[in-house]
Design a protein around this ligand. Structure first.
Ligand code: ATP
Length: 327
């Protein structure tokens, strides 16, 4: 019955994708389109990344196969789960679990910036996915950004959610408390956060029980050294994401790419007034330890998770809070 109903809705049917009915588009990349779809035998929703093979050269095809190889290894609640890969003559299909809330990026655009509690709630989950990738799988993601962080929405029924009981106002949509307005987004909020897009991820050579490292003995020292340091690029990116969550704009920005590169190379960022005035010193200190130019002195994932600001108890997670002073 469900199958008939969907067929009648006249969504595009893709070749060699018989088990799935493709529904609406969810996102787009350079060579790919991501659709919501239904797995017809089970009725379960999935996301399918569809790549047009005819537009890709050999190297790009290899990159897709590598992305699939990496995704297959991942089993963590904060990483988008891989379901199956279908290689058809015209398209590659990467079937994944559906993460229905969309991108964290959209939330920043919509709410300008997020409270410290909500930012911590999001970045802690990102940190757990990265600790898993770095320490258990032995890969670096290399493309952490708000567009690649997806979330599951959660319901906020005041009776069901103890956090919601902290609300002092009777108005279900807004409250004024300690200089903050807290907005409840249609009764929903940000639940589980998942890292997506492993297209740029890279396996690192490591003496790790779970990573095959048979060829490591032949690898040149400069390569080993480089790969070892490559984990630090993810920590830098986490710092950029945390900064952006807290204030609504990225730490490094310039119209000219040359100037931007120079600022990044020197680690030239500031906690710009007045946007950062009301953000705690603890949060600033944590961001600074991530945005440290020297990779040896930059926070590792374990140091980040042990940071005092990260360990603070959140009082209103995961409500979306919008600080009252939007300049
Ligand atoms: P890019 O060119 O930006 O690197 P890409 O081709 O590698 O993109 P993804 O980043 O994997 O593709 O996906 C593009 C977009 O599709 C995501 O930003 C997101 O909005 C959406 N998307 C991807 N995977 C899922 C999923 N599992 N559930 C829901 N939406 C998804």
């Amino acid at each position: 019955v469900e199958e008939e109903r969907l067929q009648k809705m006249k969504f595009k049917q893709y070749p060699n994708l018989d088990k799935y009915q493709v529904l609406e588009q969810m996102g787009e990349g350079a060579f790919s389109v991501v659709y919501k779809a239904v797995h017809l035998p089970s009725g379960k929703d999935v996301a399918i990344k569809i790549l047009r093979k005819f537009q890709m050269d050999q190297q790009q095809k290899q990159a897709v196969l590598k992305e699939v190889t990496i995704m297959r290894q991942l089993k963590h609640q904060n990483c988008v789960r891989f379901i199956e890969f279908i290689d058809s003559p015209v398209y590659y299909y990467i079937v994944q679990e559906l993460v229905s809330g969309g991108e964290i990026f959209t939330m920043i655009v919509k709410y300008t910036y997020l409270s410290e509690d909500l930012s911590r709630w999001i970045i802690t989950q990102v940190a757990h996915s990265i600790r898993y990738l770095h320490e258990e799988v032995g890969i670096v993601h290399r493309d952490i950004k708000p567009e690649n962080l997806l979330f599951e929405p959660i319901d906020f029924k005041p009776s069901a959610n103890p956090i919601a009981k902290l609300r002092k106002s009777d108005d279900p949509n807004t409250k004024k408390d300690e200089g903050e307005f807290t907005a409840n987004v249609g009764g929903g909020g940000i639940g589980v956060v998942k890292l997506a897009d492993f297209g740029l991820s890279k396996q690192i050579w490591e003496h790790n029980t779970k990573t095959p490292c048979g060829t490591v003995g032949y690898t040149a020292p400069e390569i080993v050294r480089d790969e070892r340091y490559s984990k630090e690029v993810d920590m830098w990116a986490i710092g950029c994401v945390l900064y952006t969550l807290l204030c609504g704009f990225p730490p490094f920005y310039d119209e000219r790419i040359e100037t931007l590169t120079e600022k990044v190379a020197k680690g030239q960022f500031t906690f710009l007034q007045p946007w950062w005035d009301e953000i705690s010193d603890g949060a600033k200190n944590c961001v600074s330890n991530l945005l440290t130019v020297d990779p040896k002195r930059r926070y590792t994932i374990d140091q980040f998770l042990e940071d005092p600001w990260m360990k603070l108890e959140s009082k209103s997670v995961p409500e979306l809070a919008i600080p009252s002073r939007v300049p």
